[in-house]
Design a protein around this ligand. Structure first.
Ligand code: HEM
Length: 445
């Protein structure tokens, strides 16, 4: 039976060292909000034998703003000893590759990305009649289609893309030393990640060869290329949109751009970053959409508000409802880091705490999103809160590369579902004992 909120710390203190973290982990999963509230009020930084929990808004920000002290070392073994920018802390590779990728994902295109998401989502729902198993057939399929059509990772079954993102996310975010799963489960997740990682590498290599050949042919045909460019130029001069006669997606854009050797962004680095786009996009979006959708469907008064906002052309109010829903059901309640040196957190306060070098630290972002310091009346559902205080896409130097895409993709997907008349959930999300939503039936008329 769940412990009354006031008992958490008494139970924790009475537990043996071996029992402490499993107890904490259980509360984090089963009753996060009252547990986090108790910690924020009574023990804002809790040092357990396995991990240190940081709960208040200011301290979570501090942890996430000091990347070479609170490092992403735990990502390294999950990414071939740090092949991807995400496993690098404030170094040359991280700065260079993240900023290049941010520029390639041109934010000016977000309205057309949103329109693309709306179109993909609407088609799926139209074809589904009046019911859908929304996790696989929508929450995963829409971002996988965007990965093909906008990022340009095409020529492959969406199911493969979904599988590759799934195992990478599973191993990276839910197979860490502090995750309470058996050694056999750990091995199985690692093996699946390893197998799917090899398939992804093979696919990316073939994609680059295929696309480079196509671009080579396009370049070789100088007259056709000049004609196409002239046509695009004329359309733009006449105020008409680019008609995309010349292929353009992110991978194509990467291959069309030639970087001098001094920039260290050769074809191998290009491939690694193309793979990163896929890994980041699918399972995160799926989980966020499924959970926020269920939250709204389970709260009739919010559902009504959301439906009214969904029908408006201006999506600002609708998006605010989605971000607020996600505060109650985020894709994770924490981001994890490992300290590279000892650090006094919350220095100068009456709960200043020395976190030893080599500690695992859980920055409890969900707890920070219920700290009254930044979220007035935190228990209330208030849709037009200050966007900058949310942690849905991380914070600091590792803030999500796909943030702006996620910011249009997630609410637009939910909007398309809520626009179906009489929409309702049949039962609840089935996680099948894993960390991600796996099955959720919806119906409408
Ligand atoms: C749309 C495509 C997406 C791509 C390409 C993408 C990619 C990435 C990358 C590369 C990073 C690491 C950045 C760094 O280390 O500097 C990252 C971080 C992050 N992403 Fe995304 N992501 C996407 C979507 C999402 C979505 C939908 C969510 C949540 C709803 C999300 C949540 C996060 C979070 C919380 C972090 C921070 C991780 C940390 O600080 O350790 N991402 N993402």
């Amino acid at each position: 039976m769940a412990a009354p909120a006031t008992d958490y710390l008494a139970q924790y203190d009475a537990a043996t060292d071996g029992e402490k973290f499993p107890l904490v982990y259980r509360w984090m999963v089963e009753e996060p909000l009252p547990f986090f509230k108790t910690l924020r009020e009574q023990r804002p930084i809790l040092v357990t034998p396995e991990c240190t929990l940081v709960t208040r808004f200011d301290d979570v920000c501090e942890v996430l703003l000091l990347p070479t002290i609170f490092t992403v070392a735990l990502y390294k073994p999950k990414m071939a000893d740090g092949i991807y920018l995400m496993a690098h802390d404030d170094d040359a590779l991280h700065t260079r590759e993240k900023s290049l990728m941010q520029a390639l994902l041109n934010r000016d295109e977000l309205p057309s990305v949103r329109a693309m998401v709306a179109d993909i989502g609407k088609k799926i729902l139209d074809q589904s009649g009046t019911s859908i198993e929304v996790v696989n057939d929508f929450c995963r399929t829409v971002p996988a289609t965007l990965v093909q059509d906008y990022f340009g990772l095409n020529g492959i079954d969406k199911k493969e893309l979904i599988e590759w993102s799934y195992w990478s996310q599973y191993d990276t975010f839910h197979n860490q030393p502090f995750d309470p799963i058996s050694a056999e489960q750990k091995r199985n997740i690692e093996e699946r990640h390893d197998q799917t990682g090899k398939l992804l590498n093979k696919f990316i290599t073939e994609l680059i060869v295929r696309r480079s050949l196509a671009l080579g042919l396009e370049n070789a045909n100088v007259v056709r290329r000049l004609w196409l460019k002239l046509r695009i130029g004329l359309r733009l001069l006449m105020g008409k949109p680019h008609d995309a006669t010349l292929r353009d997606d992110i991978v194509t854009r990467m291959l069309r751009t030639s970087f001098p050797d001094a920039m260290d962004f050769d074809i191998k680095r290009l491939g690694v970053n193309a793979g990163g786009l896929l890994i980041g996009a699918i399972e995160t979006t799926s989980q966020a959409v499924a959970q926020a959708l269920q939250y709204l469907l389970q709260h009739p008064e919010l559902l009504e508000q959301a439906k009214i906002a969904a029908a408006r052309e201006d999506t600002h109010a609708f998006d605010g409802i989605v971000w607020e829903a996600l505060r109650f059901v985020p894709i994770a309640s924490y981001l994890f880091r490992k300290t590279s040196s000892a650090y006094i957190a919350a220095n100068g306060t009456d709960y200043a705490t020395t976190i030893p070098s080599g500690s695992y630290v859980l920055a409890l972002t969900q707890s920070a999103m219920f700290d009254a310091r930044a979220f007035a009346n935190p228990e209330e559902f208030i849709p037009d809160r200050n966007w900058y205080h949310y942690f849905h896409f991380g914070f600091g130097s590792h803030e999500c590369l796909g943030k702006y895409i996620g910011m249009v993709m997630i609410p637009e997907m939910i909007r398309q579902v809520l626009l179906r008349p009489g929409i309702q959930g049949l039962g609840t999300i089935d996680y099948k004992d894993g960390p991600f939503p796996e099955n959720y039936q919806l119906t409408w008329h």
